[in-house]
Write a protein that binds this ligand. Structure first.
Ligand code: SAH
Length: 390
């Protein structure tokens, strides 16, 4: 239902005319009606011309746009959007892979919605109340689009939305949405536990970067820090690494890693470590050929940018100091507010402080199933460098 109309201040229509999907609170001139949290509202410019429709929510981003122009989203909206995303994933997802991000928020024209696909299970994570209120439409659209291969739909929004909105609602939205399943990524086997795992259960966004690490792994001794469920370690072992050590500060994450390592035939070449990464790296022998640094987002908001840059500098400095001469460092940032330029700057300072010659071999990004709308550059969040360290 669209009851309320939101009129923008003069000039503030420009970003919507360029299809940017967010309206900030400061752009609003007047609200006609009393929109509820998550209500679909109509947005117009100062002259009254309709600009489009979006979900309203109190906060710095007041409206997340679903459709631009005069026409309001109709009954076919959800199915059309999800079908377009599904067809795109079928076109871009690699062979021997049945795990991918089906809906990547703004990148799929659905701000506030993430859906990950794990071998027939769809895990829905809403980042806006508007999306959360639309769960039943989303479930019906998924049933229609995914068809017979759909085994279950599970809601993981309790972690991303305030309790007042999610309390008491059912987590299993369709079928047998039991807590975990086995998936295949480029032929590598993993167990994904969405019920108790972080985010939707698996860091799908590192797929192509894990594959690249695999291509360098043969005969190497590797330290995979911030390993979560051991994605990089599994690729490394399956591709012939000599020895792999996986480190995470979370005991639970290490248990997931151990489960996934057990699915490889190389558990004898693997060691798990529960520890804080920075002090651990500071004290290692310098005999690792490859080190992976994939920390959680150091900056969740713009205000934390400066501290985050210092955090990346410190972490990378320790690893650059300690890696074997001729070694490779796979280093990442998943903070949306830290651009590739800022991240490279932090790694530059780290290299200068460590006084080692460092060259960039690869610049890495998020994969094709995490698309970035050209109108919403903020959708680009994962960046990485592969460094050759003398
Ligand atoms: N590389 C992983 C994803 C990493 S997510 C993959 O490919 O699946 C970030 C991980 O860092 C989480 O598992 C979290 O538990 C861990 N972590 C957070 N702070 C840490 C610290 N100080 N030391 C080690 N691990 C940490």
């Amino acid at each position: 239902m669209t009851n309320s109309i939101i009129q923008l201040k003069p000039g503030k229509e420009k970003s919507l005319e360029r299809f940017h999907p967010w309206v900030f609170s400061g752009a609003i001139h007047r609200i006609d009606g009393q929109p509820e949290e998550g209500e679909m509202v109509m947005v117009c410019d100062r002259s009254g011309k309709t600009l489009g429709y979006g979900h309203f929510q109190t906060g710095s981003i007041s409206i997340r746009m679903l459709q631009f122009g005069e026409t309001r989203p109709d009954g076919g909206f959800w199915k059309a959007k999800i079908a377009a995303a599904w067809n795109m994933r079928n076109a871009v997802c690699p062979e021997n892979t049945n795990v991918f991000r089906l809906i990547h928020g703004e990148g799929d024209g659905l701000p506030g919605l993430v859906i990950d696909y794990y071998a027939g299970y769809c895990i829905v994570q809403c980042h806006s109340i508007g999306m959360y209120k639309q769960r039943s439409e989303i479930v019906e659209a998924l049933k229609a689009v995914v068809g017979n291969s759909l085994k279950g739909i599970y809601d993981k929004s309790t972690e991303t939305l305030p309790k007042t909105h999610t309390e008491g609602t059912s987590l299993s939205l369709y079928g047998d949405a039991a807590g975990s399943t086995e998936v295949m990524e480029y032929g590598h086997r993993f167990v994904v536990d969405w019920e108790s795992g972080q985010k939707t259960g698996f860091f799908i966004d590192q797929r192509e970067n894990r594959k690249l690490l695999g291509s360098y792994a043969k005969g190497k001794k590797i330290l995979n820090t911030f390993c979560y469920s051991g994605g990089f370690s599994v690729y490394a072992l399956n591709e012939g690494a000599r020895e792999v050590h996986s480190l995470d500060s979370s005991k639970k994450a290490i248990e997931l890693t151990d489960k996934n390592i057990a699915l490889t035939a190389h558990a004898d070449k693997h060691k798990s470590i529960v520890a804080d990464a920075i002090p651990y790296i500071r004290n290692i022998e310098n005999d690792y050929d490859i080190i992976v640094l994939d920390p959680p987002a150091f900056a969740k908001h713009l205000s934390a940018k400066h501290n985050a840059i210092q955090g990346y500098r410190r972490l990378n400095e320790e690893a650059i100091r300690q890696i074997k001469p001729g070694g490779l460092l796979f280093t990442f940032s998943c903070s949306q507010v830290i651009s590739m330029e800022l991240f490279t700057g932090a790694v530059f300072s780290a290299s200068a402080n460590a006084k080692r010659n460092v060259r960039i071999l690869h610049r890495l990004h998020q994969p094709a199933d995490h698309p970035v709308s050209i109108f919403h550059p903020e959708g680009e969040y994962l960046k990485g460098l592969v460094l050759y360290i003398e």
